[in-house]
Design a protein around this ligand. Structure first.
Ligand code: ASP
Length: 338
């Protein structure tokens, strides 16, 4: 069964090659078949949409909206989408898109590389080829094999909003500690079907680009002063704060800390408790330090990543306060457990 894939190139390391003088220059993705003749052996037609490349440190919600609208406009024309993106903020962009789509029935696979695609030892070639293969994969009845927003990197397909970049140097740069890989790639691609989300029968695809960036992240640390904490909490116009806490969602029990937080929440700012740990979850029932924090009215972020928490908050911060709180604390796109 042949498939048609739209490959969108946004920038990042994957898009570089060395020229005759050994200097790194941008790779022209329009010449993809010339550079990678092996792509022709996949039973897939690839169309390329190159953006003016940016380093992903410069990514903003405008890029997310642009990607979401392109996918919306081309949804019926392609079987799947591959987004080439810098690795630094890929987990944010991919998480954001997962919250911008309703009823997604086609794969949207983000990938990139740690070594430029035009460098001999590149990891980009395998990442790109396998991402295309996964985006093109179908079930015997013709439905997409993985109708989710994902990150494919170094032999693993991960749910986008469960993923974080964990290494600046290793080729195995991404991890999903709280949710199993959706596929593992060796000699063959082994799909983990039981963990792949599928839209309900009859659910139709829709895109929402409502993003409100009035959010902040506060990472607590031992020795944080009252002045620093209060000034971070009182930034004008902030509607939501991701509070990165210790271990299973614990924080200092000093009265100034809890009072400052309680006052912020009473002012209508929504605060979500997310653990600084890479794996495991917030459980504010275990220690007094968690229980006291819970009493301030923070939303339990359970096992969500900071990347997913920030982008989920941006998607919901424009809603009326009570709806914002309720939806933030509920699992939405598989980004957190129950
Ligand atoms: N700085 C690059 C970026 O995120 C790194 C990469 O692509 O791996 O755009």
């Amino acid at each position: 069964m042949s498939s048609k894939i739209l490959l969108i190139y946004t920038g990042g390391t994957i898009g570089m090659k060395t020229d005759a003088d050994g200097v790194l220059t941008p790779f022209d993705f329009n010449l993809i078949y010339q550079e990678f003749p092996s792509l022709r052996s996949i039973d897939t037609e690839i169309e390329v949409l190159p953006f003016d490349p940016i380093d992903s440190s410069n990514v903003s919600p405008e890029l997310w909206e642009r990607l979401a609208r392109i996918i919306e406009r081309n949804y019926d024309l392609y079987d799947g989408f591959v987004v080439l993106h810098g690795t630094d903020t890929m987990a944010y962009s991919a998480s954001a898109l997962s919250f911008m789509f309703d009823g997604l029935a086609k794969p949207v696979i983000f990938t990139g590389s740690q070594i430029p695609i035009g460098v001999l030892r590149t990891d980009g070639r395998e990442n790109l080829i396998t991402a295309v293969e996964i985006a093109a994969a179908k079930l015997p009845d013709g439905r997409a094999r993985v109708p989710e927003v994902c990150i494919y990197f170094q032999n693993r397909l991960l749910r986008a909003n469960r993923t974080k970049k964990t290494s600046a140097e290793e080729l195995n740069a991404f991890a999903s500690y709280n949710y199993p890989p959706l596929a593992e790639v060796g000699v063959t691609i082994q799909y983990n079907d039981a963990f792949i989300h599928r839209p309900e029968e009859g659910e139709s695809f829709a895109v929402s680009c409502d993003i409100d960036t009035s959010v902040a992240v506060i990472k607590i640390f031992p020795g944080m002063t009252e002045r620093v904490f209060r000034s971070m909490l009182s930034v004008e116009g902030v509607k939501g704060i991701v509070l990165e806490t210790f271990g299973s969602g614990n924080a200092p029990t000093s009265s100034w800390f809890l009072d400052a937080l309680r006052g912020t929440i009473e002012r209508g700012v929504v605060v979500m408790n997310v653990t600084q740990c890479w794996s495991g979850r917030v459980n504010m029932d275990i220690y007094e330090t968690g229980a006291r924090l819970q009493s301030t009215g923070v939303v339990n972020g359970r096992d969500i990543t900071t990347e997913a928490a920030v982008t989920k908050m941006m998607r919901l911060a424009g809603l009326p306060h009570d709806e914002f709180v309720a939806r933030l604390g509920a699992a939405w796109r598989g980004e957190m457990g129950i």
